[in-house]
Design a protein around this ligand. Structure first.
Ligand code: PRP
Length: 225
């Protein structure tokens, strides 16, 4: 007697990444019609046929759901993965959601970074900021955690610089700030719960393999066009 398949659950970071992820999953035949209804207040969506479930979560919560096994698979930016430092497997770089983690501020703040001065750093990513300044630059800094619109920090003199993601650079430009140092490149990643990887190896590896093939197909098409 064949055993009933259990649901595999995906946690997707809300916003731009979720739309891109759903598009990518759809391209390999993993669809979730229920999720397309933008007016819906439902939190969890099911594809009964494929025995898959999907939910949207705040980005920093995605690695938490995956670490605890509430979701088997998660998709979130590598910025969040670094910041949260959860015990999960990072299995695939999805190549979209590309941006850079940077130290930014007014041009004049460049000096402050060169002389190892005690400065104030505002960020939504206190762990990344701490690791960069303490372990890589060996500079003692005061880190101030903010939850958004971090660019305000230097403008209202809460901080000397910020550590934040830069995508197009327009938020910086429009606020008279600039990139002072680059910390690392960022992109969307797929993460997997450690136990799920053992228990559902075949199904999860199949999804990873198909996504990897699709991504390289898209990359090749891009190179040849
Ligand atoms: C992110 C980031 C920057 C901006 C960068 O903020 O924190 O503020 O986008 O993008 P850009 O280089 O294309 O201008 P988000 O829109 O997530 O809002 P938040 O600051 O309120 O978190």
């Amino acid at each position: 007697m064949s055993e009933e398949k259990r649901y595999l659950t995906f946690a997707l970071g809300k916003g731009r990444l979720a739309d891109k992820t759903l598009e990518l999953l759809e391209s390999i035949g993993i669809t979730c019609e229920e999720m397309k209804d933008k007016k819906s207040r439902k939190l969890i969506f099911v594809n009964e046929e494929l025995k898959l479930r999907f939910f949207l979560a705040k980005n920093p919560d995605v690695p938490t759901y995956v670490e605890y096994g509430a979701a088997d698979i998660g998709v979130v930016g590598s910025d969040v993965i670094c910041e949260e430092n959860r015990r999960v497997y990072e299995v695939l770089d999805l190549g979209f959601g590309k941006c850079r983690m940077c130290v930014c501020g007014p041009k004049e703040a460049e000096e402050l970074l060169q002389h190892h001065e005690m400065i104030r750093v505002a960020s939504k990513y206190p762990n990344i900021a701490k690791d960069y300044f303490y372990n890589k630059k060996h500079q003692t800094v005061d880190i101030i955690k903010l939850n958004g619109s971090v660019e305000l920090g230097p403008i209202v003199e809460l901080s000397d610089v910020i550590v934040d993601i830069v995508e197009t650079g327009s938020t910086l430009r429009e606020n008279g700030l600039t990139v002072l140092e680059e910390i690392c490149p960022i992109s969307a990643r797929m993460i997997v719960n450690r136990v799920s990887m053992q228990m559902e190896t075949e199904r999860i590896k199949d999804i990873i393999g198909r996504l990897r093939d699709k991504l390289s197909e898209v990359r090749t098409e891009g190179e040849n066009s």
